[in-house]
Design a protein. Sequence first.
Length: 436
Amino acid sequence: MTQQLRIQPSDRVEGLVTVPGDKSVSHRALMLGAIAQGTSRVTGFLPGEDCLATMAAVRAMGVEVVQHDATTIDVRGQGMRGLRAAGRALDMGNSGTAMRLFMGLLAAQPFDTELFGDESLSARPMERVARPLRQMGARIETTDGTPPVRIAGGGALRGIAFDMPVASAQVKSAVLLAGLYATGETSVNEPAVTRDHTERMLEWLGYPVRRSGTTVTVAGGGALVAAPIAVPGDLSSAAFMILAACLARTGELVIDHVGLNPTRTGILRILELMGADIRIEQSPGQAGEPVGRLVIRPRPLRGIDVPMDLVPLAIDEFPVIFVAGALANGETLIRGAGELRHKETDRIRVMAEGLRILGIDVEELPDGARIRGGRFRGGTVDSAGDHRVAMSFAVGAARAAGAVTIQDTANVATSFPGFAALARAIGLDVAVAGDD
Ligand code: S3P
């Protein structure tokens, strides 16, 4: 039997908690730390499977990573030219971020690399990254557009001005990482603002980045200098707890020390538009990233038309937004979110199917969904192995009329180790069953 989450209804959510470290920032701390000069102490690191795949890959390329405890690591940077051939294909697990960012970084190295992933990652599009890298002179082959990806090293890269057709921080980051090694300037113009953790961490490690409107530019040939990196809590993980607190009948939840990068806070704005009671207290930033504390009190949500300009700023939170819409009063319309079909699963289809099983009326659209709010009934839904789908149904299930079982949930550990325990700590009745 694969792992399942079993949720019994509950009313109260309360507590003062922190959530595990930001996944995007943790990947970047390893990759940029690896090519910096000197040792970067990373605190608040996310020991989720995705970031552990990145850690194993940088180690395989000759970078020593000393793990002091689960969330504190030292990355002994080898400098811009210090990576070595791994001597084997590198396993990216379930992680699109690891694979796409490494494609950019490794396109510029003097050795060949092969990257592969699990079944879900093996179905995800990689040409969106390979194409601009080829324009820079990289020699990269995908397998019919998907992993495995083979990168031939040794070629010289030249800077390009890339007009990015999809709003993707992974594509942007891959091109910028290759740009560090290219001749001249590399710029990426994005169709909509996407998360800017790469730009911020480059700057934090002393690499000049020029930003103007929606264009980011780096010049090749610079160097990175090691620095302490304090990773904030992952707002994408906090989102499940935030929704749980919004939906509760009583209580108050405080989430401390969470990342509040404005390219990530779309979920807070969307929930506020739905009527949520969320107080945001900004603290001094860390490692170039804004952080703060959130105080959430229960309040009934209302359906909204989700503003399309918020979609890239909440791209990982749509499973949460589907559940919020499903349990709100009135109708919620999501459009302009076709990228959701290329995540760990086709999140539009998987969410619509699960919500219907729980009694919600959902119309699937090519780039979103129309959701008529109601109440969950008990039942069994399949997360299709998608961590964020599983956790979103779990927090919604706390407000169901009966017990809910969510199947195929082992991948929760890719981004949120300890999810069930933290959910229980704030008052949800979540049990883990049947590990495989
Ligand atoms: C990420 C970018 C986003 C996001 C992913 C993490 C990153 O992907 O969905 O979870 O760390 O750059 P896209 O770039 O495909 O939108």
